[in-house]
Design a protein around this ligand. Structure first.
Ligand SMILES: *[C@@H]1O[C@H](CO)[C@@H](O)[C@H](O)[C@H]1NC(C)=O
Length: 293
């Protein structure tokens, strides 16, 4: 009797944790042109396999980029990216969401290149109402130039979560109650770009881009977007309660995800604005709530 109870609770436990470990709905791979258009330097973008994969080129004349056709209010956005191989010092490969106005909201992935064999840095940031200064920097647990990896953003009314291969690496909770603005009413577009930032990116601008190695090339594919497109139906987007990304299982990380994010923070953090007392003698309010992580 006791034994079967134990078995039953064990089964129940594994069932609930399976349900809780729900990752965002499986991303759908679509051709580039379905969701995106080039932004500038059109001749620096190459298309493969009927647009299911593209390459961005950076040379000493220009970088290039592309953006989503639509603007979105909440959703799940992901991109498979293969970073610039070899000597990529000074280059920045970016995947971010941004609103278009002055007091803008922004959710950033920025990949800072490095000398051959030296590790890439992933910098993330969140702007709300025009205020950023929320940088976090980590090393990755793999070489992002060797293969495609998936980088995703889940943005709902409760939180913004950054994922690398489905592993949450950062969460920005809605801390409206603590007086922190949260992006909730300004639609965002998705942007991707490859450009030269050797004035700041590598060791604070110490390492310069070696143009003899140009063109620098980053690969992109799986152009998934599952968000509420305001340009199509703003009224429909106002009813956020019914969207899958606002369902209870996406309102917070589950136990398994908290465990993984702790692992990332402990093993791979280079910089976290939350713990930078020189820059912020007063701990930023949104950092207080996850001090125990
Ligand atoms: C590049 O590699 C050096 C040495 O391993 C490291 O200190 C630095 O953080 C890396 N990344 C960047 C962007 O400089």
């Amino acid at each position: 009797m006791e034994f079967s109870l134990w078995i039953r609770s064990l089964i129940l436990l594994s069932l609930t944790s399976a349900a809780l470990s729900a990752t965002p709905r499986k991303p759908v791979d679509v051709p580039f042109g379905r969701n995106y258009v080039p932004t500038w330097a059109f001749d620096h973008i190459k298309y493969f396999n009927e647009g299911s994969e593209i390459e961005l080129l950076l040379d000493k004349y220009t970088g290039t980029g592309f953006q989503s056709k639509g603007s979105y209010l909440f959703g799940h956005f992901s991109m498979n990216i293969k970073m610039v191989p070899g000597d990529s010092a000074g280059t920045v490969t970016a995947f971010y969401l941004s609103s278009q106005n002055a007091d803008h909201d922004e959710i950033d992935f920025e990949f800072l290149g490095n000398r051959t064999g030296q590790p890439y840095i992933l910098q993330t940031n969140v702007f709300t109402g025009g205020q950023g200064n929320r940088e976090q920097r980590i090393f990755l647990w793999f070489d992002p130039t060797k293969a495609y990896h998936r980088y995703s953003v889940l943005w709902n009314m409760y939180q913004i979560v950054f994922f690398v291969d489905n592993i949450p690496i950062r969460v920005f909770k809605n801390s409206k109650k603590l007086g922190v603005k949260f992006p909730f009413d300004q639609p965002m577009k998705v942007y991707n770009s490859l450009w030269n930032a050797d004035d700041w990116a590598t060791r604070g601008g110490l390492e310069k881009t070696d143009w003899s190695k140009a063109p620098f090339i980053a690969g992109y594919k799986s152009f998934h977007i599952d968000g509420c497109e305001t340009s199509v139906n703003a009224k429909y987007c106002a009813k956020q309660g019914r969207k899958w990304w606002n369902r209870p299982e996406f309102r917070d990380l589950d136990a398994a995800q908290w465990k993984r994010i702790k692992w990332v923070r402990k093993k791979f953090t280079i910089y976290n604005y939350c713990t930078d007392r020189t820059r912020f003698p007063q701990i930023p309010p949104e950092c207080r709530r996850d001090r125990d992580i």
